[in-house]
Design a protein around this ligand. Sequence first.
Ligand code: ADP
Length: 243
Amino acid sequence: MIKLSHISKSFGRNQVLKSIDLTVNKGEVVVILGPSGSGKTTLLRCLNYLEKPSGGEIAIGDFKLNCKQATKKEIHTLRQKSAMVFQQYNLFRHKTALENVMEGLVIVKKLPREEARERSAALLEKVGLADKLDAYPSQLSGGQQQRVGIARALALEPEVILFDEPTSALDPELVGEVLEVIRKIANEGITMIVVTHEISFAQDVANHAVFMDGGIIVEEGPPAELIYHPREERTRQFLKRIT
Ligand code: ADP
């Protein structure tokens, strides 16, 4: 359903992604593991064109985009098909939780405000924030802010949600509540690509695990196999460090 072919990205002379190929089936949860600096975030950002890939092709369903010659319209279409949940939440500080979720529905989806309000309230309820609709980000914990970020991504009804280390900015006691919400929406069959260091989450929730290092996919496979029986030395070394 999602197919990345030969995705590369350089920052100046630093080639950060080296011809990445990855296929993600509909409804699958794919986790991307790997050391810091291996290109995980850049790959997610390329997928949603927050970074312009230097080359390659992105296909989501029937939609295909050649990264070297993408038009504005194609980039807009790509962004409607994929939504990002950021490490630092990236909420609008001067808007309430409800307004943060409504924004995309009103601006991107052009829904009437009343309908956008109802849909957003329902999504905030789904992520356990029914009593926080009118709270501003500064009045919410990190875990609550990230759950608003997840509701905002869901509101756009994308074909895939991209999670960029969604729990890495959180205090340890808040990690569980966010992973629980991600787990719940994964169970609803939403396609996800999750960059994370949470190994037990990867094992429990993901259908497929990818290990990246130095801008390439070193190995990939079923999570338990990759975690407990890695084939490559680089994967073994990494897992030893983080578990
Ligand atoms: P990871 O998510 O695996 O930690 P990143 O994708 O963030 O890795 O970074 C991969 C490499 O790309 C790093 O060497 C980083 O310094 C470099 N990089 C990332 N973003 C930029 C940028 N905007 N400008 C220059 N270099 C960047």
